[in-house]
Design a protein around this ligand. Structure first.
Ligand code: CP
Length: 309
């Protein structure tokens, strides 16, 4: 049984293998997971992660049971612990995709689960399947990962997808720039990881120069739900807005990606820019999640290492 909790479970070689499988699944409809049941258990709001996992499971011939808004609609309301909920759902389903507001919740769930846990976002911790399809998007749209300059922009302190992709990029020969206000800088654990893996990175506050230089601009949302102070959020929420002029300043072949949802940090008139691939990225999300489900439920290969829990 394989849990998928954090991106550190992948090696560069296993990423290549996963992306090869993903590529073979683009547009596929098959019956390889017929008879299998996926549970999606979401304690935080989601559009993409829950529905794309459900779509991926159905495209592979499997079935889905789902709890959305679990904080309001599950027996969490009556005081049931996450651990007991996982023990129960594990008797209804063959795998569980969990989204929960607490860092480490997916790892906690995995310690009691009899079925694979897939981390669909644990607070400001990690969002590993998001990072996988972010990286897949880069490979598909830029054509390579080694040798590129990636800028990650916005709320780097709270952004779990931004944290997760750093662990993946650390396996490649890339250069990174973190663009954020001082209050929202990338946390030290990620910077230490990059330093250990000899990935050159810098931290800047201005976006305009980076837009001209980067091969990939990974824009992120300022995460209102993670701020203790509403005033602080209001002060920072529009700190980086990519408008059409900024998009037009990018190098030929450079791309803008975003985990979405966006709430104003990319102007709508950027959407038809040749650099804008954030909606195409969503489609890659279904494909990569199909590959993850096939790996975990279909015994496709030994792609994943065990998580460090
Ligand atoms: N990117 C992402 O996780 O989107 P959702 O919150 O809609 O799932």
């Amino acid at each position: 049984m394989q849990h998928f909790i954090e991106t550190q479970q992948f090696t560069k070689e296993s990423l290549t293998e996963l992306f090869k499988l993903s590529s073979s699944l683009e547009g596929a409809r098959e019956r390889s997971l017929e008879g299998k049941i996926l549970a999606t258990l979401f304690y935080e709001p989601s559009t993409r992660t829950r529905l794309s996992f459900e779509s991926a499971m159905m495209r592979l011939g499997g079935n889905v049971i789902s709890v959305e808004s679990a904080r309001e609609t599950s027996s969490d309301v009556k005081g049931e612990t996450l651990e007991d909920t996982i023990r129960i759902i594990g008797q209804y389903a063959d795998a569980i995709v969990l989204r929960h507001p607490e860092i480490g919740s997916a790892a906690r769930a995995a310690t009691v689960s009899k079925v694979p846990i897939i981390n669909g976002g644990d607070g400001a911790g990690q969002h590993p399947t998001q990072a996988l399809y972010d990286l897949y998007t880069i490979e598909r749209e830029v054509g390579r990962i080694d040798g590129i300059h990636v800028a990650i922009v916005g709320d780097l302190k709270h952004g779990r997808a931004a944290r997760s992709i750093c662990y993946l990029l650390g396996k490649y020969d890339v250069r990174m720039t973190f663009v954020s206000p001082p209050e929202l800088r990338m946390r030290d654990d990620i910077k230490e990881y990059l330093a250990e893996h000899e990935v050159p990175y810098s931290e800047v506050e201005r976006l305009d120069g980076v837009m001209r230089e980067a091969d990939v601009v990974y824009q992120t949302r300022i995460q209102k739900e993670r701020f203790a102070s509403p005033e602080e959020y209001e002060r920072l929420k529009d700190v980086y807005v990519i408008d059409r002029a900024l998009a037009d300043s990018m190098k030929e072949g450079a791309i803008i990606i975003h985990p979405l949802p966006r709430v104003g940090e990319i102007a709508e008139d950027v959407d038809d820019s040749p650099h804008a691939v954030y909606f195409k990225q969503v489609g890659y999300g279904v494909t990569v999640r199909m590959a993850i489900l096939k790996t975990i439920l279909g015994g496709e290969s030994d792609i994943l290492r065990p998580p460090a829990i």
